[in-house]
Design a protein around this ligand. Structure first.
Ligand SMILES: [Zn+2]
Ligand SMILES: [Zn+2]
Length: 260
């Protein structure tokens, strides 16, 4: 298993940790050609976790004035990169998961979010987006476009996704018990203060750090209890726009091209 993404986060400069959606939107405007080109070149596939979500990728790199090495990154991976900013909005929920690499966990989260849009049945009502009937029936058509085998796979996936939600809930409890912290923001702040005082992370803390992963708030709290800016959202025209309604479609589109 590679180095902990959180250990890497702590090495990033403060400026990077607090770089937010508005700052990205400004950079995207400045590098618009390079960003559009790199998303196509990168095949709308997150370069960190490998999920493919056409239309729903953000861009990594290009945080400076020059458009250097821009690559597609998914919002869940991207949040961790700007962890202080994302934690402040309540986007990241910590769990105890030493046995699951963060990129694999992130893929599981995306698939679970997508399945909750495509096959609503097995998911708790809180995970259904409000006022969404039209979209769900539209997605049923999307499902019809897939071959029978793929549809059966997605339905089976939705059944097991309930177990994913339970697993995440149990591991949230483990995290809270071990660290006596429930929010990622509080925990991260304590870590950064510690690091500032000691200038290094001692081995026991390092081991703990290697065991913590994050999942998106939307997956844990559902729509009703997750603020729009903490859902899967984009910064457009000076405000957050909830784009979690596009997850199901983007996921199916990603499958179609891969299958075809
Ligand atoms: Zn990713
Ligand atoms: Zn970024």
């Amino acid at each position: 298993m590679g180095p902990s993404p959180l250990a890497r986060v702590l090495e990033l400069p403060a400026r990077h940790l607090t770089f937010g959606a508005r700052a990205h939107a400004i950079r995207a405007g400045e590098h618009s050609d390079a960003v559009a080109r790199s998303l196509e070149l990168g095949n709308w596939t997150c370069h960190v976790c490998g999920i493919r979500l056409p239309g729903l990728m953000e861009f990594d790199g290009g945080h400076g004035p020059e458009p250097d090495d821009i690559r597609p990154i998914c919002q869940i991976c991207h949040n961790l990169d700007h962890a202080v900013w994302a934690a402040g909005l309540g986007r990241l929920v910590p769990i105890w998961a030493p046995d699951i690499p963060q990129p694999a966990l992130t893929r599981i989260c995306w698939i679970t979010l997508a399945l909750s849009r495509l096959v609503p049945g097995p998911f708790p009502a809180s995970h259904q987006p409000p006022d969404d009937e039209e979209e769900v029936s539209g997605l049923a058509d999307e499902m019809d476009d897939l071959d029978q085998q793929m549809r059966l796979r997605l339905k089976a996936g939705a059944e097991s996704a309930r177990l994913v939600l339970e697993m995440i809930d149990a591991r949230r409890g483990c995290f809270a018990e071990r660290f006596e912290a429930t929010t990622f923001e509080a925990w991260l702040e304590a870590l950064l203060v510690h690091l500032d005082r000691r200038k290094s992370i001692e081995p026991p803390l390092q081991a703990a750090l290697n065991s913590v992963r994050t999942v998106p708030a939307l997956l844990v709290f559902g729509y009703a209890r997750t603020a729009p800016e903490a859902r899967i959202s984009a910064w457009e025209s000076g405000r957050f726009v909830d784009v979690s309604g596009h997850i199901g479609r983007a996921f199916v589109d990603g499958l179609k091209v891969k299958e075809g």
